[in-house]
Design a protein around this ligand. Structure first.
Ligand code: NAD
Length: 492
């Protein structure tokens, strides 16, 4: 069944418990990436809309913060159940606006729900610690308190999961929250917020403001916003980090990526090829953990070149709602044109397209899977985040040379090695400067109870998304030193 489940609709903000039409619809035209059908027009957002949302969140904060943690998480238990109930509906919405396959959309939702589950542990996770008699009769304790109004600015490639990297922890810890989703995928997150509203959360605890740069700037500058979580491309991540920090906020920014996998000659050929193909072409390469460059070592060069070509060439590309589809389109026609042009540049720089997706034609914004063999180290493409279904294959003589290739990258989101040698794997995981590392894993996506890491140009900040880092990020530590001399007490 490939019928769209989304009809063109106005984009509405959710502020202080009410849905309100956006002030204007002056943003970009939105299309179903698989069919080209129009879905509506986004909004750029405004400082006035952001201010209304911040004021609503600020007003809701004192009562929400005073609500016992055990009561706050009851809303998350309800949310978990509602998300399970609406699982298929949400997954289909993601497919229609983003283009990924239904299986990928379900995978995204599952990982989002995991964060709701982990945040239900907040009564334990948020505990501080204490020590009696740090000096005679004096005790010291540390308690964690919520910050106040916090906001998340999220990208197009995981419309529901990435808001859920932040929202459950933020509100479970007693903060009030504003999400500013990507203006390219406003619909599934709107449905998510409707579902959140059904949990009976007090008005103003969760707010949704659509928009682009004007909305982002207003959040970054607003004096009542205490913290900003951002996920998106590196240039915008740097901008958000600098501007948000300059206005005194706590900021965490997860940026772009250029991920490498290393294939050693002793790797299991079949599983390695299958896993790398899934990593490179899954979600049409629009995952921040997608492999972009495979470095084959020694004699892995010949067999991998052949097997990855066969795997890429056999993928079924189409509408993600069709159960047989293995790869969907990229997000927009502009994105397709950019990816096609970058493949052309790779060929001009001397790479051989052993599978070439440029010729793929359809109504939607499709590029077929592409494998570029032998891209020279000097090509700027080695450092360009293509964010499409394009895998470069380069060669190294030794594992040390392969690691050196990774180390030259300005990014540090993820890297993986494929080998049956424990010693090589251990050397690799110890040496590489990436925040997420896979050993015979193509997409080393951390579970919700681990931080979603990222180093170098892929992350700006200290605390990452998810798990214990999220608790650190969304709470301030208060340290209390107290003395209660006996002689001050009435005798009973
Ligand atoms: P993007 O940077 O274009 O947009 C991200 C957010 O910033 C959106 O909400 C968008 O509206 C806003 N924005 C865009 N341009 C802006 C500007 N000039 N000023 C202020 N705000 C602006 O990213 P995208 O294209 O939506 O997402 C893809 C990118 O996200 C890729 O680079 C990918 O690697 C990255 N990503 C990273 C991670 C991670 O965990 N490191 C996860 C997912 C995606």
């Amino acid at each position: 069944m490939t019928t769209a489940t989304l009809t063109p609709t106005a984009i509405r903000n959710f502020i202080g418990g009410n849905w309100r039409n956006a002030d204007s619809h002056d943003g970009i035209e939105l299309f179903n990436p698989a069919t080209g059908e129009p879905l509506g027009r986004s909004t750029t957002g405004s400082a006035a809309e952001v201010d209304t949302a911040v004021q609503a969140a600020h007003a809701a904060f004192p009562a929400w913060r005073a609500t016992p943690a055990g009561d706050r998480i009851q809303h998350l238990f309800r949310l978990k159940n509602l998300l399970e109930e609406h699982f298929d509906e949400l997954a289909r919405l993601i497919v229609v606006e983003n283009g990924k396959t239904l299986g990928e959309a379900k995978g995204e939702l599952r990982r989002g729900i995991e964060n709701v589950e982990v945040a239900c542990g907040i009564p334990v996770l948020m505990q501080g610690y204490s020590l009696e008699d740090i000096a005679p009769g004096i005790d010291e304790l540390m308690v964690r308190q919520p910050l106040g109004v916090v906001a998340a600015i999220t990208p197009f490639n995981f419309p529901v999961m990435i808001p859920l990297w932040f929202l459950p922890y933020a509100i479970a810890a007693g903060n009030t929250f504003i999400v500013k989703p990507s203006d390219r995928v406003p619909f599934a997150v709107s449905r998510l917020v409707e579902i959140i509203h059904e949990t009976g959360l007090p008005a103003g605890v969760v707010n949704l403001v659509h928009g682009g740069k004007p909305a982002v700037d207003a959040l970054l500058d607003h004096p009542l916003v205490r913290a900003i979580s951002f996920v998106g491309s590196t240039p915008v991540a740097k901008y958000v980090y600098a501007r948000g920090s300059a206005s005194g906020k706590r900021v965490q920014c997860q940026g772009g990526a250029k991920n490498h996998v290393v294939v050693l000659p002793d790797a299991d050929r079949e599983t390695t090829t299958k896993i790398i193909a899934d990593s490179a072409f899954g979600c049409a390469g629009q995952r921040c953990l997608a492999v972009s460059v495979t470095v084959t070592v020694g004699e892995a060069k010949e067999w991998f070149r052949e097997s990855i070509g066969a795997a890429a060439g056999s993928l079924k590309v189409g509408n993600g709602l069709d159960a047989s589809t293995q790869m969907g389109p990229v997000i927009t026609a502009a994105s397709r044109d950019r990816v096609v042009s970058l493949i052309g540049q790779g060929a001009e720089h001397g790479a051989e397209p052993i599978v070439d997706g440029r010729a793929f034609r359809s109504k939607g914004s499709f590029v077929g899977p592409t494998v570029l063999d032998g891209l020279p180290a000097t090509s700027p493409l080695m450092e360009t985040e293509i964010f499409g279904p394009v895998l470069s294959v380069v060669h190294a003589d030794t594992v040390d040379d392969a690691i050196a290739t990774i180390e030259r990258s300005a990014y540090g989101n993820a890297s993986s090695i494929f080998t049956t040698s424990g010693a090589s794997a251990r050397k690799f995981r110890n040496a590489v400067s990436t925040g997420n590392v896979g050993i015979n894993i193509g997409v080393p996506a951390p579970m919700a109870y681990f931080p979603f890491s990222g180093w170098k140009g892929s992350f700006f900040g200290v605390m990452h998304a998810q798990g214990r880092d999220a608790i650190e990020f969304y709470t301030d530590k208060k340290v209390i030193v107290e003395r209660w001399p006996k002689e001050w007490s009435r005798k009973f």
